[in-house]
Design a protein around this ligand. Structure first.
Ligand SMILES: Cc1ncc(COP(=O)(O)O)c(C=O)c1O
Ligand SMILES: N[C@@H](CCOP(=O)(O)O)C(=O)O
Length: 466
């Protein structure tokens, strides 16, 4: 499998290179040159497989000859061994044809673990073989950071620097990151919002001297391996609800457009998907786009679903690349317009035939949905999941087709919102019970690219131990 940049100007890479590279050198994102195809029989065969087996089976075509199949199979087994539920991603039923995909049974209680537990092992495997080291630089609105830190802590070949928007993640999310005291872990609280953090990370990749001297790599969904690993659960859950014999719809709480893009990839690979519903909080650039064709930035508003407080969605560029027939020049022009004019429009006729629908959910509806889900289905959900449930119900076109809402985080990560909605304060699981008494280590830095770069350069072992 070969990987090309959305902007068409960066070198074509193989899987190993794409995992270690992160953002393409032309500022674009890598994506596979073509989508692997799975027949009905292939998809049906997933029914008899464990999650780890299904992951190895579905992801094999993306690896090319970068990783031996038997080695990769061992990696998927190890990656998912730490999930507390044997099914890894179980499904629960809320109503007659409504389901929750429970993505929060990994070590940090959010869907990010599904991909990052595997990515940590991929780094080990690919770096050890060549005796290399990388400096990971990532941005988080709360969940990617802790999942990436958990996956990379203590790894000799990796230093990890995570930027989060100061005061804009939940206290549980912050502590999950800042109480990891391994020497290779660095937490930076930036005076700004998530978009500022993500823009700084991208700027570091676009500074070629900086990225080359530090061997900068990415744990955000700009790294293709992140999106790739997220494709698997659409298939396993789809099959458990009758695919490939009948289609399934998914409602996906969305911010950076990585998770829902993985669902789109699954449909391109052969999974029968009726609807992919993009559910946003009041940071609604994606919902506005799918309903009007206009993609236009506005300021980020803090909400009770803080991990989706995003207005510039990284993976949207991957979707644009497909929308424009992989025309790198057209994608570059649109991304340039986004920078210089704050937005752009696409012709609605390009979107009308697609499987996407979209909507947004305000704070009141989010709280009401948490409350109603507990009352009607005896299930406590987090605010991100509630956004998915509310919008999914509004945008659903056919009630005979199963609707699966992705439950992207455990309610205990957002205890204040859940308590406000229901009066119940969800407790942390045993392995995190002492989270609030652990020591924290982090640094506060201004929203200034050069200051953050200097901080990283002074600490990255690839430079200090050279
Ligand atoms: C709990 C939770 N739900 C939903 C999302 C949105 O996912 P994506 O950024 O892939 O659209 C995030 C952040 O990524 C998240 O942490
Ligand atoms: N919601 C995310 C934001 C980063 O998204 P990513 O999927 O690109 O890593 C978070 O919780 O950090």
């Amino acid at each position: 499998m070969r990987y090309i940049s959305t902007r068409g100007e960066a070198p074509v890479l193989n899987f190993k290179e794409v995992v270690l590279t992160g953002l393409a050198r032309d500022g674009g994102l890598y994506l596979p040159e073509s989508w692997p195809q799975f027949s009905k029989e292939d998809i049906q065969s997933l029914a008899g497989m464990s999650y780890a087996e299904a992951a190895a089976f579905l992801l094999q075509p993306f690896l090319g000859d970068s990783i031996d199949a038997a080695d990769f199979r061992k990696m998927t087994e190890k990656a998912y061994a730490g999930f507390v539920h044997n099914a890894v991603v179980p499904v629960s039923q809320l109503d007659s044809n409504e389901f929750l995909m429970e993505l929060y049974h990994g070590p940090t209680l959010a869907f990010k673990d599904v991909a990052l537990q595997l990515l940590g092992l991929l780094y080990d495997h690919l770096l050890a073989r060549e005796g290399k080291r990388v400096t990971i630089v990532g941005a988080t609105s709360g969940d990617t950071g802790s999942a990436a830190i958990e996956a990379c802590r203590g790894r000799e070949a990796v230093d990890i620097f995570i930027l989060h928007p100061k005061g804009r993640v939940s206290e549980v999310q912050r502590r999950q990151m800042t109480t990891v005291l391994d020497d290779n872990v660095h937490n930076i609280a930036v005076e700004g919002d998530f978009d500022d953090c993500q823009a700084m990370v991208k700027a570091m990749f676009n500074d070629h001297d900086f990225r080359d001297s530090l061997a900068v790599s990415a744990v955000n969904s700009i790294n293709w391996a992140r999106v790739m690993a997220q494709i698997v659960y659409y298939f396993t859950v789809g099959v458990s609800l009758g695919a490939p014999s009948r289609p399934v719809s998914f409602s996906v709480p969305s911010g950076n457009f990585g998770d829902v893009y993985a669902g789109y990839a699954a449909s391109k690979m052969g999974l029968p998907v009726e609807q992919l519903i993009v559910a946003t909080n009041r940071n609604d650039i994606l919902s506005r786009f799918f309903n009007s064709g206009e993609y236009r930035k506005s300021g980020v508003n803090p909400t009770i679903s803080p991990s989706m407080d995003i207005q510039v969605s990284s993976n949207f560029e991957r979707f644009l690349a497909d929308l424009y027939g992989r025309d790198g020049g057209a994608v570059s022009d649109l991304m340039q317009k986004l920078d210089s004019e704050g937005g752009f429009s696409v012709n609605m006729s390009l979107l009308n035939e697609g499987i996407f629908s979209a909507g947004c959910c305000d704070e009141e509806e989010t709280l009401a949905t948490i409350r109603r889900t507990l009352k009607d289905s005896a299930k406590l959900v987090d605010p991100h999941t509630a956004v998915g449930l509310a919008v999914g119900n509004r945008c659903r076109k056919n009630k005979d087709i199963p609707l699966v809402t992705l439950s992207t985080a455990h309610p205990a990560k957002f205890p204040d919102a859940v308590e406000e909605a229901t009066g119940e304060r969800p407790g942390l699981p045993k392995h995190m019970a002492d989270l609030f008494s652990r020591d924290e280590r982090l640094v506060d830095l201004p929203n200034n690219l050069e200051t953050v770069k200097s901080y990283i350069k002074e600490r990255a072992r690839i430079l200090t131990e050279a």
